[in-house]
Design a protein. Structure first.
Length: 156
């Protein structure tokens, strides 16, 4: 009975070490791993509601950190490194508040490298997947400027 409590406290100890997005992400990764272990090993534990809430917060934090680093690389002109970080945010199954920004800046990074087709794909995906993105209007203007349809082509 106490094992689930100990696992929860372990996760919480890592959780309380998480700092601002410009700090190391290791405590967040360890907290996520501890909470996932708690859910896997003790599915009927008393802390599930708290764990779910903390996990969402941690995944949002990790996404913001990835975006923060990607944006740093973008501003420095290190586009491949920026794209890698933005793609990590895009690929996360949880939708985060920075996902739309990641689509937008990944598209800008691809454009800066002369990869227009990939930029167009990302801008279209932004318009479809994140209707509330603050970058939606800019993405639409960019697509119109490139004289490209704003809708995704039909899938295979």
């Amino acid at each position: 009975r106490l094992a689930s409590y100990a696992q929860f406290r372990l996760g919480m100890s890592y959780f309380h070490q998480v700092d601002s997005t410009d700090r190391d992400e290791e405590p967040a990764e360890k907290a996520i791993a501890a909470f996932e272990k708690l859910q896997r090993d003790f599915p009927q534990n008393l802390f599930n509601d708290q764990v779910q809430e903390k996990m969402l917060w941690l995944k949002e934090w990790v996404a913001k950190r990835q975006f923060y680093i990607g944006y740093f690389y973008y501003k420095k002109g290190a586009y491949p490194a920026a794209i890698q970080r933005f793609q990590a945010v895009i690929d996360e199954k949880e939708k985060t508040t920075v996902r739309g920004d990641a689509f937008y800046y990944a598209a800008l990074s691809h454009l800066a490298q002369g990869e227009k087709d990939e930029a167009v794909r990302l801008l279209r995906e932004l318009l479809v997947s994140d209707p509330n993105s603050p970058n939606r209007a800019a993405a639409s203007r960019m697509l119109r400027g490139m004289k490209v349809s704003q809708t995704l082509p039909p899938g295979p």
